[in-house]
Design a protein around this ligand. Structure first.
Ligand SMILES: NC(=O)c1ccc[n+]([C@@H]2O[C@H](COP(=O)([O-])OP(=O)(O)OC[C@H]3O[C@@H](n4cnc5c(N)ncnc54)[C@H](OP(=O)(O)O)[C@@H]3O)[C@@H](O)[C@H]2O)c1
Length: 277
């Protein structure tokens, strides 16, 4: 994680307060962003979001004409909504506005065409654990992004998890294939382990509880051992000739998990390339 000036922007407009947008908003307020500096735009806000805005004093859906160009305009709508939304939003971006986009598949060049007044664009790919403040984002910046604006992006994305700056925007597709889509691979691991437990004779509900707690606990153990390589954690629970070693001889065979995961990530990478045109 690159350490940057974590100064907060004085004004921030969030466009799209769905799962990701609402999680970010909660993270920003928890981090100390003054509610008065935040404006939310979402045509059909969820009732709990509207209540949270009223409760905290966050401006929700003021007329666009009343919004001054903010320090940061965060785009968190679905990518397919961009065509409809961008023309109305473009006048909000001034020459000093940073566009911070989490839209999957929307390149910096595409965004800069839609927000011509704003030269500074940061494109990020977060993942769903951001909803509990435990996401990780791969982040790329256009050349016009200043150190101060990098600090804004780092602080805003850092409120919902770790931030990894990328040397080149082209790496975002690979980030998408690893950490963007990755939570689904881990959930599948829990499902698959539960099914295998059932096949080994366990009642389905017990197999699911065992698999779920194993994935949760192992993830937490890894989190609490930041200086220990995953391979070492694995070796620590593998006695020579024991049961774990027997299972790992299957998972680590030449046709085991490694080639399967490589193929899966390659498929996601191809698809990310297709979707971003
Ligand atoms: N979820 C993830 O794991 C994940 C990971 C990485 C990146 N992303 C990116 O994050 C973005 C948001 O994803 P999400 O899962 O949070 O989607 P979401 O829950 O559907 O949130 C999008 C929100 O934007 C609102 N919206 C639609 N049109 C709008 C407009 N013109 N102006 C303002 N708000 C508008 C939607 O309202 P309605 O519901 O009324 O349409 C909804 O509340 C996507 O671009 C996605 O690619 C998501």
């Amino acid at each position: 994680m690159t350490k940057l000036n974590a100064a907060l922007p004085a004004s921030l407009v969030l466009v799209g307060a769905g799962r990701m947008g609402a999680a970010m908003m909660q993270g920003w307020l928890a981090m100390g962003l003054p509610a008065a500096s935040l404006t939310i735009l979402d045509p059909v806000p969820a009732p709990d979001l509207a209540a949270a805005c009223a409760d905290r004093g966050v401006r929700l859906n003021p007329p666009l004409a009343e919004i001054a160009a903010p320090d940061v305009l965060v785009l968190a709508i679905k990518p397919q909504m961009l065509d409809t939304a961008a023309p109305g939003l473009a006048p909000l971006a001034g020459p000093d506005t940073l566009i911070l986009s989490i839209l999957a598949g929307k390149r910096i060049a595409d965004l800069s065409g839609r927000f011509p007044a704003a030269g500074a664009i940061v494109r990020a790919m977060p993942n769903t654990p951001a909803a509990i403040g435990r996401g990780i984002s791969g982040v790329a910046a256009s050349p016009a992004v200043s150190e101060r604006q990098r600090g804004f992006a780092a602080a805003l994305l850092g409120a919902v998890g770790q931030v990894e700056w990328l040397a080149d925007e082209s790496l975002i597709d690979a980030v998408t294939a690893v950490s963007g889509s990755g939570p689904a691979y881990v959930f599948l691991l829990a499902e698959s382990l539960a099914r295998a437990g059932e096949a080994a004779g366990l009642p389905a509900d017990l197999a699911l509880r065992l698999a779920r707690a194993t994935v949760e606990g192992s993830g937490e153990l890894m989190r609490q051992s930041p200086d220990v390589a995953p391979a070492t954690l694995r070796q620590n629970v593998t006695s020579p000739g024991g049961t774990t070693a027997a299972a790992l001889s299957v998972l680590m065979a030449d046709d085991g998990l490694d080639p399967l995961m490589r193929d899966a990530v390659a498929a996601a990478l191809r698809r990310a390339g297709e979707l971003s045109g």
